[in-house]
Design a protein around this ligand. Structure first.
Ligand code: DP6
Length: 321
């Protein structure tokens, strides 16, 4: 019986992953860039033992059905690599509030890939871990390496992996996550990826992605905040245009979401270094230089519809604890 625990941060995408060329392998139609969110993490313990079935608890609640199946499919890959048959007990906790609009699948599958491979006696390279995490959730591939990360679309399963483009200390950015009230249940990313191709705008978005990736990577490497803010807002708006025009249409924004866009652009025009981006939800990630984070948090809290603000600096790599 071997037990191992690992933890990983969620991440926020600056150039978004939206749509797969292979849904089963989670091979994306385009590359993406993100930053890990420090201080927020999922911690997962995996024990291989003599039980008859895999089991899963998340924040002490037993999970069955689709959630468990998705975890078992990663455990199957690990069992195959390690040549073992034991079933596993998986228990996972998040230190960020559930329903806070932070995509928990990225941190969850990154922590699972690391903990389960270690518990099975494997020592995988960062690229192998990233590939394994990707099979559970595409964005999880980006929660394995440290800091600012790029996931290359690759040519196939082997090379569609993420790697760090700069360590956390490279650029002192903070993500102020404005939580707005999203009353209706959102469509999950997995369903969203599957219908991305029904939007007439998706091909144009995908074809243009190398350009946006180059701009975004360069603005990070050069620490050019103004250009960085422009490209992340542009990329987020492009992805949401695809979402809104797919069949069925996905409209993740609430009135408060759009209110924050206007405020952020006005603040930037008046000299405050801020830029927004939104994943598959209504909450708005407002990126700023850390020296302005207190001011940005205060202003966000005053906006209509903002229920809470979470604050995260640039996070490190997934790690065994
Ligand atoms: C909008 O990685 O959550 O956040 O692979 O089906 O789990 P699955 O999807 P997921 O999709 C993330 C979508 C996004 C953009 C991004 O993080 O790049």
């Amino acid at each position: 019986m071997t037990t191992k625990t690992a933890q990983a941060n969620p991440n926020i995408a600056f150039i978004k992953y939206w749509g797969n060329r292979d849904n089963n392998l989670r091979l994306p139609v385009n590359g993406s860039i993100s930053m890990n969110l420090d201080g927020l993490f999922t911690r997962t313990t995996v024990t291989f033992n003599s039980s008859k079935q895999d089991s899963l608890t998340i924040n002490d609640h037993a999970v069955l059905g689709k959630g468990l199946e998705r975890v078992s499919s990663i455990l199957d890959l690990v069992r195959e690599m390690a040549n073992i048959n034991e079933r596993a007990e998986v228990s996972s906790t998040n230190n960020f509030p559930a329903g806070a609009g932070i995509a928990s699948s990225a941190a969850a599958f990154a922590a699972l890939a690391l903990a389960s491979s270690h518990a099975a006696g494997l020592t995988l390279s960062e690229a192998q871990l990233s590939r394994l995490a990707r099979r559970g959730s595409g964005s999880a591939s980006r929660s394995i390496p440290s800091g600012f990360v790029e996931w290359k679309m690759g040519t196939g399963d082997d090379d569609s992996v993420a790697e760090s483009i700069a360590p956390p200390e490279h650029w002192d950015l903070t993500d102020c996550i404005a939580i707005v009230n999203a009353s209706h249940k959102k469509t999950g990313s997995t369903e969203g990826h599957a219908i991305a191709g029904t939007s007439p705008l998706q091909n144009a978005r995908v074809e243009d992605t190398p350009r946006r990736l180059d701009i975004c990577r360069n603005t990070i490497l050069k620490k050019d905040f103004e250009a960085f803010a422009n490209i992340i807002e542009h990329d987020s708006d492009v992805m949401h245009s695809v979402m809104m025009t797919s069949n069925p249409p996905l409209m993740y924004w609430q009135a408060a979401t759009v209110g924050i866009f206007h405020a952020v652009r006005e603040w930037r025009a008046n000299g405050l270094p801020v830029g927004y981006t939104v994943d598959a939800g209504a909450n708005v990630h407002v990126l700023c230089l850390t020296e302005k984070a207190k001011e940005v948090e205060k202003r966000l809290r005053e906006l209509p519809g903002v229920e809470n603000v979470l604050v995260a600096k640039v996070g490190g790599a997934a790690q065994v604890v």
